[in-house]
Design a protein around this ligand. Structure first.
Ligand code: ADP
Length: 569
């Protein structure tokens, strides 16, 4: 039997129309370092139409053409977010923290025709232009030294001049909902970047989910700060979801260091923010050193890598901010699971659920595949690689303009599920705990040690600011953990002493003392013998611990390692 429902495509232009009319007075605020620029959703809608006209009529952008952005989180980036897909072209968000050769590689792989670039980022783009064969137009957004573009091959335009005097309405086309809308490459933490192409349908459905009570639950009463860059998985879907619900947006632009972020929060009083753990760690340190009023913040979402429970507690207890933990990846748009506690549980009882990676929405189906290839039970014990499928989960990577979809067997199962590369457990009521990335798990004498668990315990020590645990080769056990710790500033001074840190008495941070601290929390055989103190954990282009680099530094003999005898009671 057939249904009698209308078959109306789910399009980004629908989100744009809805936001800019129904929520026309919702604000888009862009921080300028010492103040803010303000626009409304209504004005943003009009400027989106102008941008689409400029791209179509002047730059001759056609359906399916790639328009890249090399931009911070700001009002103009938001305009590109909506205008480019809505007119039928494809938005390619470039990760401005990629090494220059990788940046050139992704532009060429995507065959971008236009690059919209913030003026402050011209020094990054200009030297690459001779290598970017497909780029015909560079559109400069905001102030910057354009002399670096002198003599470059692509035509150079000023964003505001390009938009000026163009019509403020655009006949957004009726596209099939499966049309490509946006392209984002993975950050290449564990290999070459891979292109993930979001469709109008996947973005629309993901946006609906972001605003539900199972996820961020944002409304027009919120002012939300996407600290997560707009070049990183569509800023976790926040800009699109914001237009759906009239959620005010506060954009940090390039002011992402802890000090300016704290100033911005105090001045503009947002209610919600989203970022990776390292940003929040930095903000906590900043607030301890120079307090600001962040009392407007009620909730933050932390994801992108495992959030140390100590960080969640500190935010809650010191600043009254509820931290919500979420798991996802570029390939999952990114929302997979989100950690809200089960019905009726609050306070201490809720913590084990809140620190987990949370539950999946109905639209994302998970399964765990054990080392022997069998599906593991949802009992909180059975451990395996997480595989997912759903309408906003990638089924392939972009193979390039002349190639078809790329489905490497290590990333997609024969029956089409995405292999996430993450290892974990799921409880009977659906709570996911990621114990590691498959590549980071420590395989010691046939048993697996979770690097994440050791790190989380270490980071709960008052004298430890950051800790990364990586596998290093061991003659007897195959692999053993190496703990690389960054001591808190106070503790670096009081090195082996009993100084007081802002998280309480430091106690000794000698390797032996830290190991005894761990011994009360994890099985003895998991305790690291190898320890090193470092100034900072190296980070990837999206702010995650770069364990590949740490392993390489150890292999090259660059780390000063103290080796303790095996633990003996
Ligand atoms: P990349 O893979 O290039 O680092 P992604 O942002 O796509 O960029 O990274 C996704 C990965 O980040 C996941 O596969 C997982 O390993 C990790 N991750 C994301 N969120 C969490 C979380 N809440 N807990 C643990 N790991 C997480």
């Amino acid at each position: 039997m057939y249904s009698t429902m209308q078959d109306v495509p789910l399009l980004v232009s629908r989100l744009l129309r809805h936001g800019s009319t129904v929520h026309g007075d919702s604000p888009v605020v862009t921080w300028t370092g010492d103040g803010a620029r303000r626009r409304s959703y209504g004005e943003t809608g009009a400027r989106c139409a102008q941008l689409a006209h400029a791209l179509r009529d002047e730059l001759r952008i056609q359906d399916g053409d790639r328009v890249a952005t090399l931009m911070w989180n700001n009002a103009e980036h938001l305009e590109a977010y909506f205008a480019v897909p809505s007119m039928g072209a494809v938005l390619h968000t470039l990760n401005l923290r990629l090494p220059p050769e990788q940046l050139a590689w992704v532009v060429n792989h995507a065959a971008d025709r236009v690059v919209l670039v913030n003026g402050t980022l011209l020094p990054l783009l200009a030297p690459l232009l001779p290598k970017l064969g497909s780029v015909e137009h560079v559109v400069v957004v905001g102030q910057g030294d354009t002399s670096v573009l002198d003599g470059c091959r692509p035509a150079v335009h000023d964003y505001e001049e390009l938009l000026a005097d163009r019509p403020t309405e655009y006949p957004w086309p009726h596209l099939p909902e499966t049309t490509a809308a946006a392209l984002c490459y993975t950050s290449g933490t564990t290999g070459d970047p891979k292109g993930v192409v979001y469709s109008h349908r996947s973005i629309y459905l993901h946006s609906l989910h972001v605003n539900t009570v199972e996820a961020m639950a944002l409304s027009s009463a919120d002012l939300a700060v996407p600290v997560v860059p707009m070049f990183h998985v569509n800023a976790w879907g926040l800009p699109h979801a914001a237009f759906l619900g009239g959620v005010g947006l506060l954009m940090p632009d390039r002011f992402l260091q802890p000090g300016p972020l704290a100033d911005m929060i105090e001045a503009e009083r947002p209610t919600y923010a989203a970022a990776v753990p390292t940003i929040w760690q930095g903000l906590l340190g900043e607030l301890a050193a120079r307090p600001r009023d962040i009392s407007s913040l009620r909730r933050v979402t932390i994801g992108g890598s495992a959030c140390p429970p100590s960080l969640m507690r500190e935010f809650q207890e010191r600043h009254g901010v509820t931290v919500e933990h979420a798991w996802g990846m570029t390939e999952t748009s990114p929302l997979g699971s989100y950690a809200h506690p089960p019905r009726g549980l609050t306070g201490e009882e809720a913590w084990p659920y809140r620190v987990s990676q949370g539950r999946f929405p109905a639209s994302v189906e998970p399964r765990l595949i054990g080392p022997d290839g069998t599906e593991q039970p949802w009992d909180g014990v059975g451990t395996g690689e997480l595989e997912v499928r759903g309408p906003w989960i990638a089924g392939a990577y972009y193979g390039g303009p002349d190639a078809g979809p790329d489905r490497p067997a290590d990333r997609f199962s024969p029956d089409g599920w995405l292999r996430t590369g993450d290892v974990g457990t799921i409880t009977a009521d659906g709570y996911l705990t990621i114990t590691d990335r498959a590549k980071d798990v420590i395989k010691s004498g046939g048993e697996w040690i979770s690097s994440v668990e050791l790190e989380n315990h270490l980071m709960a020590h008052p004298g430890v600011a950051e800790a990364a645990v990586v596998a290093v080769p061991d003659e007897v056990w195959g692999e053993r953990p190496l703990a690389a710790v960054v001591l808190t500033p106070q503790d670096t001074a009081a090195a082996a002493g009993t100084g007081t840190t802002d998280r309480g008495p430091a106690g000794s941070t000698e390797p032996g003392a830290l190991r005894s601290f761990l011994a009360e929390r994890v099985p003895r055989w998991q305790l690291p013998e190898r320890w090193t103190t470092i100034d900072e954990v190296p980070k990837t282009s999206v702010g995650k611990f770069d364990k590949k680099l740490l392993r390489a530094r150890h292999a090259a003999g660059e780390l000063d390692v103290v080796t303790l005898d095996r633990y003996d009671d």
